[in-house]
Design a protein around this ligand. Structure first.
Ligand code: CDP
Length: 208
């Protein structure tokens, strides 16, 4: 029987870590939907570094392959910004909907993390979590991740990038980032990774 867990929230709130751990704990399949947008954003960067044409971006989304999601450079700051720019294009979102919905209905259960999972992709999800943390804490986490790969990264730039992306995600017309009315809020600002994971598992256990 399918069992769907929808996890949404702003950048670097801990969604990815929690989703992976929840999937491992319950034996669910996991889809990081941000990777879909990042992969389209990366392809769009090859066309233009300043503006993204809806028709081209839609075509790139329709042509997405499993291999595209394996690229090792999808987690860069540049690709993150491109992802959030193509993510405002309605045709791009529509092109990616069916794949996500089908993934969510798999036997054995599924956990999907993103921005619109509990509101648009899986409005009937069995469990919805909205994972958040203060802007400083999130920027600090992202800074540590990015500076481990590139020591020239500056905290202030990471902070500004995270803020710009959150604003774009929350203010767009189509599928904006917002907590579903029936989502459980988990604020990870002062939680350890283990505490955040246990908080999520407790909510799911209560529902199973
Ligand atoms: O890892 P992080 O939370 O920083 O970002 P991500 O989940 O990889 O998502 C990258 C970008 O893709 C977001 O800033 C959104 O603009 C977009 N996205 C979206 O619009 N809808 C989703 N379900 C997932 C990501």
């Amino acid at each position: 029987m399918s069992f769907t867990v929808a996890i949404d929230g702003p950048a670097a709130a801990g969604k990815g870590t929690i989703s992976k751990a929840v999937a491992a704990h319950f034996g669910f399949h996991h889809l990081d939907t941000g990777l879909l947008y990042r992969a389209v954003g990366k392809k769009a960067l090859n066309y233009s570094r300043t503006s993204y044409y809806p028709e081209i971006a839609e075509q790139l989304a329709l042509e997405l392959t499993a291999e595209d999601l394996q690229a090792t450079d999808l987690r860069t700051a540049e690709v993150a910004q491109a992802a959030s720019k193509i993510a405002v294009i309605p045709q791009v979102r529509t092109a990616l909907v069916q794949f996500q919905k089908t993934f969510a209905k798999q036997e054995d259960g599924a956990v999907l993390d993103g921005r619109d999972i509990g509101t648009v992709i899986c409005p009937d999800a069995d469990v919805k979590l909205f994972v958040t943390a203060s802007a400083r804490v999130r920027a600090d986490r992202r800074f540590k991740e990015l500076s481990a790969k590139d020591p020239s990264v500056e905290f202030e730039q990471v902070y500004q990038d995270v803020m710009a992306r959150d604003a774009r995600d929350a203010e767009r017309d189509v599928a904006p980032m917002v907590a579903a009315d029936d989502a459980h809020l988990i604020d990870t600002s002062t939680l350890s990774i283990e505490e955040a994971i246990q908080a999520a598992i407790a909510v799911i256990d209560a529902k199973k």
